[in-house]
Design a protein around this ligand. Sequence first.
Ligand SMILES: Cc1ncc(COP(=O)(O)O)c(C=O)c1O
Length: 371
Amino acid sequence: MKYNLSIPHLSDDKRELKYIAEAMENRNIGSVGKYIPEFEYAVRKLTGAKYALAVINGTSALHLALLAVGIGKGDDVLASTFTYIGSAAPIAYVGANPVFIDSEESTWNLDPNLLEDFLKARSKRPKALILTHIYGQPANMDDIIMVCGRFGVMVIEDSAEAIGASYNERQCGTFGTAGIFSFAGNKLLTSGGGGILVTDDKHLIETASYYASNAREPMMHHEHNSIGYNYRMSNLHAAVGLAQMELANERIAARRRIFAEYEKAFAGDGRIKLMPQHSKARGNRWLTAALFDSIEPKKLMVKLANQGIETRPLWKPMHTQPVFADSEKYVNGVSERLFGMGLCLPSSSQMTDEQVRAVAAEIIGVLDITG
Ligand SMILES: Cc1ncc(COP(=O)(O)O)c(C=O)c1O
């Protein structure tokens, strides 16, 4: 038996294939076709956002968000340090300077107190914050939005991993000026590579759409006053994305069930700590992540791989990445500690409770032998 970290979960009625076949038959396989607006609408409906733009991946969606709000050369942009590179690279794409802020223990996401201390101490005001909801786990939104509001810092949410996650009943991705979602192949829902930018700001979405279409001016011929990007999603990818969105609730419920099953299996075992959750938050549990204090996680990872169980180290904090060695940071040791102790466990939504229990038993077995 092979246990994957997170593999695509296609629908039982194979609607992904049906929609793709329909798009092919109508020769709508490029940037024109009905599935693009339908996919965008499905994301708007789930999140409550007014506008959505489908693009080639989550990284490009974030790049477009920064371009659309006018962030550029020399600007400072705050960012969660405990995240994936796709969250931080767009800051460099636009020539801005990332400033990495560490996590809090209670959510593993950006620490609002650290953020406040940093902003109090700093005279140059950062233009924006790119806030990640890690592993589909909402950040401490009340406090972060309050601090950012006080200091005039715009919030852009990296909800790449957090489709359907909510805080205080409000969907992640809709708290700030803009939010993005990833539909990469390993995400809770996939379009086989894709991203969606959401916002309530009409001008922002129009500007993002302009940059995503190679900055084509509204003329009959191709006219360009600026440099843009070829970021639009194809109708084929949107066909898959729409089919997946139609089963969003079931898929999210399955990830939550898997987390709950791990929780039961590890209950009372002091050597294993699952990711915490803020009392107002309802994560989508994209990946169940755990900390281990009696074994080095990479050692556990190798032992589990030998049993066909795929795991992955937690994200290596951005402020420790060689490429950002010269970037500013405000840290407290939390994200480095998480990286040093944690693994993501198999969380594919196809997993049965029995399979989760089998993985948990293997993990406990390894800890018993090595501990
Ligand atoms: C936190 C985070 N940010 C950004 C991205 C970028 O998304 P994509 O891979 O679709 O470009 C991802 C996903 O891979 C992610 O996990």
